[in-house]
Structures are given as C-alpha cells and as structure tokens.
Design a protein around this ligand. Structure first.
Ligand code: ATP
Ligand code: MG
Length: 428
C-alpha cells in the first residue's frame, strides 16, 4: 500500500519580507526540494498516477527572511540523555545567530524544559560568541538537561516575556513532542514564535532522518569495547566477550559495531527476537568449534526474556531491564549446568560513549545542522526539525519525525551484512 498522503509541508509564521543580512554565501531557492525516494522503482506508483513524488524542503539560507534580527532574542534548550555533539550544536546556533544574522541576545535555558518555567528558578545563561567559543571541545551539554513534563502555557509565557522569536529544541522524540506543544500553544495565542527542533538520538532511531549527530562518534567509541572483548575472548580457552551497547528500540549502533569489528559472532538487537535456549545452544556450538566468542547486545534486545518492571522515568519512558547483566548471568548459569568452564568478560561502555566529545565528522555535521536550524527559524518556519536526507540537509514537520521510530529493516542491506559477518543462526 503506497502512502500518497506523505506530507512534508512545513508550517510558516508569515510572509518573508525582510532582506537577509547574510553575506558572502549563496541563497537557496525558497522552493527547493530533496526527493524522499532515492530509487526509481519506489517512485513509479506516483509517476504512473501523475502525482508529484514526496519530497522534503531543502534547508539553507533564504534571500528574504521573516524576522527582523534586531528585534528578537532567541533561545536554546537541550533535553533528554546526553549525546556527543550537543555542545557543537549549541555553539553553531549561537555563532550563526550572531555572525550571520546579528541577533544580539541568545538565551541558553538550563536543565531542559525546567529552564523555561520560572517557578524552577533556573535563570537562563546569556550565550555569546566568546562564551561558546570552545565548548565543542567537551562532552555533555553546558546547558544541562532534565526529564519530566512541563506546562506548555508556562513555557510560552517565558518565551513571550523574553521576546524570544526562535526557540531551538535539541533533544529526542520526547523533546520534539514537547516542542510541538510549545509551537501549538504559541500559535493559539497568536504569538510569532518559531520552534525549530534539532533531533538528538545517539541510537539514530528518529524517522525521516537518515543520520543523527553523535551516532558516528558512538560507533567509533564502541569499537574500543568490541576490540577489548575480542582480545579477552582470544586470550583463553572457552572465553566469551560480551559488550552491551546503546539502542533502546533500534539496534543501529550494535549493527554498525559488528561491521566495524568483524570478529563479532553474535549481534542481538531489539528488532530480532531470540530465545535464551536458542542463543545459549548456538553459543555452545560456537565454543565447541572455535573456543571463543564475541557477543554484542543492544540495550533494548531480549526484553521479553526478563521479568517486566512497571517502572518509568520522569518523562514516562518505560525503564528497560538490564539485558547485559541478565545475559552475563544466564550464560554463566547455562554453562555451569553443562559442566563447561567458560571465561566471560562483560563490558558496558554506555556512559563513557555518551559523554564523549563529537569526533571530527560529527563536529562538522553538528555545525551544519545548527546553521540549517538558524536559517529555517529566520525564515519563519516552525514546528519542524532539521533532517539529513539523501545527502542533504532538509526540513521535516515534527509531526512526521515523531510519528514512528526508525528501526533496522531486517530484510535490508544493513542487517543482511551483519548476518554475512556474524553468520549467526536463527535463535528463536
Ligand atoms: P532521549 O530519549 O534521547 O533521552 P528525549 O527527548 O526523548 O531524549 P525525554 O526525557 O523522553 O527525552 O523527553 C524530554 C522532555 O520532553 C521531557 O521534559 C519530557 O517531559 C518532554 N516530553 C516528552 N514527551 C512529551 C509529550 N508527549 N508532550 C510534551 N512534552 C513531552
Ligand atoms: Mg526518547
């Protein structure tokens, strides 16, 4: 069934009448688009029906803008978990607002959406070119983050009081759902406030976005862990290296880590169910054949094998069972029963990976994302996130970005390659 309704149109606050002050760069065609499909066969149903195939707006600077930069302040907020590149994005937004457009006041709201509610008493930081000059050299977020719901009406009042024209929301699916509510509340009150999201997901699991910042750094850092696991597994008879990596609902980091270190023998991801018996049996066969094994497991894999907890975090996200520790103990228990002495080394590098500064490619990517977000906001677009699609920066409505999670297509190229490398059997 083809989805002819796929609607990438972006909300706008009004007509762009002000000549852009940006100098020395080429402006983008205001009506430029990037095709959603990259293969001709996928587009055929649209072409046969004579309908324009779906396409996303191209990001970039426009010749005419909506806001008068001398009349507005801007705000930046970071929410959810930390991820490599957050400070790069903050820095890029501040520098672009100052140097490209001449916006004089940029506020950094502290501790996520809490910083937008005056009751919490976190005064915003005033961000300048000087104050952000070297923040990209450190991990985390200089603004702090938080979880938990805040009232959209209170947040919009803060934006109104500070004369904010554009609010940049850097965060995951939850953050962008919150951003959508802020944008709707501002529209309801007739306030010309643009809300532009910069999607943050180390798991790379947001829909309609092919690449998110921090993912590449995460895969690069995860390599240290899989190399260590391989070294440990190689060092003694019947040795097992087990690495837990991030990936709550989508196993992209785990899958790419297998391709980076092709010594991995088992890759367990949320998208592919397995039974404990099936997995342990396959592991036993591998040890009998080779005497060592390396396993990579994504944090959201095998959740059905553990007792369910009803626990949720402050934002309402279900707390997952620790599959790494569960597997470590289950594997030890299984081989103890079969009287086979195994040597298992368990590595969980998650917090080390999350807190890294961005690697060079992610740093460059963050810079361009931040600039694209600023151009989008200045042109009065709102209720959207900046995306990267078919090798270009684009605009995507928040509604679409949060509509579903991006997952590994288990019939696609990536998983096929993972299977070709690990040659793991079906373990159901
Ligand atoms: P990550 O999943 O990477 O940690 P996230 O942005 O999804 O990032 P959350 O803690 O789920 O992290 O959400 C961040 C903020 O967005 C929280 O303050 C949360 O209350 C708010 N939020 C989440 N979902 C919604 C929603 N449906 N409506 C309004 N606000 C929301
Ligand atoms: Mg989330």
């Amino acid at each position: 069934m083809e989805n002819y309704e796929l609607d990438f149109s972006i909300e706008r606050l009004g007509e762009c009448r002000i000549p852009s002050p940006v100098r020395g760069i080429r402006f983008m065609d205001d009506d430029g688009h990037v095709l959603y499909f990259s293969r001709f066969e996928e587009m055929n149903p649209w072409l046969e029906k004579g309908i324009r195939p779906p396409a996303m707006e191209t990001a970039g600077p426009r010749e005419k803008i909506f806001f008068d930069p001398s009349q507005i302040a801007c705000g930046i907020v970071t929410c959810g978990g930390v991820c490599p590149g957050l400070n790069d994005v903050i820095r890029s937004i501040v520098l672009s607002l100052h140097h490209h457009y001449g916006v004089r006041k940029v506020y950094g709201f502290r501790y996520g959406y809490e910083g937008l509610v005056s009751r919490h008493g976190h005064a915003p930081l005033e961000l300048t070119s000087d104050s952000v000059a070297r923040i990209h050299e450190i991990g985390g977020t200089i603004l702090g983050t938080s979880r938990g719901p805040q009232d959209a009406s209170e947040m919009v009042s803060t934006l109104e009081d500070l004369k904010i024209g554009i609010l940049f929301t850097v965060g995951g699916d939850g953050t962008q759902r919150g951003a959508q509510k802020i944008s709707e509340e501002a529209a309801r009150r007739g306030l010309p406030i643009s809300v532009i999201g910069i999607p943050k997901t180390i798991d790379n699991d947001i829909s309609y976005i092919q690449t998110t910042f921090g993912f590449e750094t995460a895969v690069a850092e995860a390599r240290r862990a899989t190399y260590a696991a391989t070294t440990e597994a190689d060092a003694a008879r019947n040795s097992i290296g087990l690495v837990k990596l991030m990936g709550r609902d989508s196993g992209f980091i785990a899958a790419y880590s297998v391709l980076v270190n092709s010594h991995v023998n088992f890759c367990l991801v949320p998208e592919v169910p397995f039974s404990l018996e099936g997995f342990c049996e396959a592991l036993r066969q591998r040890l009998e054949r080779k005497g060592h094994a390396v396993i990579v497991v994504a944090e959201g894999a095998g959740q059905g094998l553990m007792e369910k907890t009803a626990e949720r975090d402050a934002s309402g996200n279900v707390k997952y069972g620790d599959i790494g520790v569960f597997l470590r103990d289950a594997i030890k228990g299984y081989f103890k029963q079969s009287n086979l002495e195994v040597n298992l080394k368990y590595i969980d590098p998650s917090y080390i990976i999350r807190s890294m500064p961005a690697n060079p490619r992610d740093a460059a990517f963050c810079l361009l994302l931040g600039q694209s977000a600023v151009h989008a906001g200045m042109s009065g677009r709102t209720n959207m996130v900046v995306s990267y699609w078919n090798q270009q920066f684009t605009h995507v409505p928040i509604k679409l970005a949060v509509s579903q999670r991006k997952k590994i297509d288990t019939r696609g190229m990536l998983w096929n390659s993972v299977m070709a490398v690990t040659r793991q059997p079906d373990m159901m």
